[in-house]
Design a binder for this molecule. Structure first.
Ligand code: NAP
Length: 237
């Protein structure tokens, strides 16, 4: 049976690579995004686009009706939400930055899974994208990613009885995406690459291959994990 897959934030970058990987396997793929880029990408790769803003609860609440049953959910959409406030501490500005960041990177994915969970087919898979930043950084984005990784493990506990796996992928630096709102400055790129053991930045395909594997028959005993893809920039035991 053709697998049905939803990839949030599939308009570009890592999400686009993940969506393409599943399309190449013959899956029926729905990708989400907030604008025309999602529509364009869907046409280019042979998927269906669905408008979704992770901070828009009303849209999320109707997601299940628009998506139907699924075998795979990839919670990929996310990123920085504006710049952190600087200058004299302004409680409203600081609260706003925290709340918007958590809404998009943590609450959004949690609501998406909550709405789609009843329609997930037994034996399916959920993959959520965390970040290497969860391991050492304390800014709102990294804290949200640490929480996503914890929440993903909790989802695994709940879904295991139905044979559904839930794992997080924590990418290191992945070049060629729009996470920083444009190309990364040369010096910053070089210092991020220098932190790796393999001497290169990650690519969206590096993440897509793992996401695809985690949803494959060979990965049915892997669940509740956070798996790092960072070229050795952060080591685990
Ligand atoms: N690149 C890295 O080095 C890196 C490292 C660690 C983790 N990550 C994570 O990897 C994931 C993909 O990021 P990327 O690097 O591929 O960045 P990207 O090129 O900016 O792609 C981000 C995707 O998320 C969607 N998105 C962003 N904010 C959204 C919102 N409020 N509601 C709905 N969709 C939203 C975007 O769609 P539209 O703009 O079309 O709506 C886009 O498809 C993110 O969760 C990011 O935090 C990236």
């Amino acid at each position: 049976m053709t697998r049905r897959v939803l990839v949030t934030g599939g308009s570009r970058g890592i999400g686009r690579a993940i969506a393409s990987r599943f399309v190449d396997d013959g899956c029926e793929v729905v990708l989400t995004g907030r604008g025309e880029e999602a529509e364009r990408t869907a046409q280019e790769i042979g998927a269906r686009a669905l408008p979704l803003d992770l901070s828009d609860r009303a849209t999320i609440s109707h997601l299940a009706e628009r998506v139907g049953e699924l075998d795979v959910l990839v919670n990929n959409a996310g990123g920085f939400v504006g710049r952190p406030p600087s200058g004299a501490p302004d409680v409203e500005a600081i609260a706003d930055h925290w709340e918007r960041t958590l809404r998009v990177n943590l609450v959004g994915p949690a609501l998406v899974l909550a709405m789609l969970e009843p329609g997930l087919r037994d034996g399916g898979a959920v993959v959520s994208i965390g970040s290497i930043g969860a391991e050492y950084a304390g800014n709102p984005y990294s804290v949200a990613k640490a929480a996503v990784q914890a929440w993903s493990a909790g989802a695994a506990e709940r879904l295991g009885a139905r044979g559904i796996t839930a794992n997080a992928i924590a990418p290191g630096y992945v070049a060629g995406t729009n996470l920083w709102g444009g190309p990364v400055a040369e010096e910053r790129h070089a210092s991020l690459v220098e932190r790796t053991l393999v001497g290169r930045a990650g690519s969206p395909a590096d993440i897509a291959e793992l996401a695809f594997f985690l949803c494959s028959p060979g990965a049915r005993h892997i669940t509740g994990q956070t798996i790092h893809v960072n070229g050795g920039a952060f080591l685990t035991r």
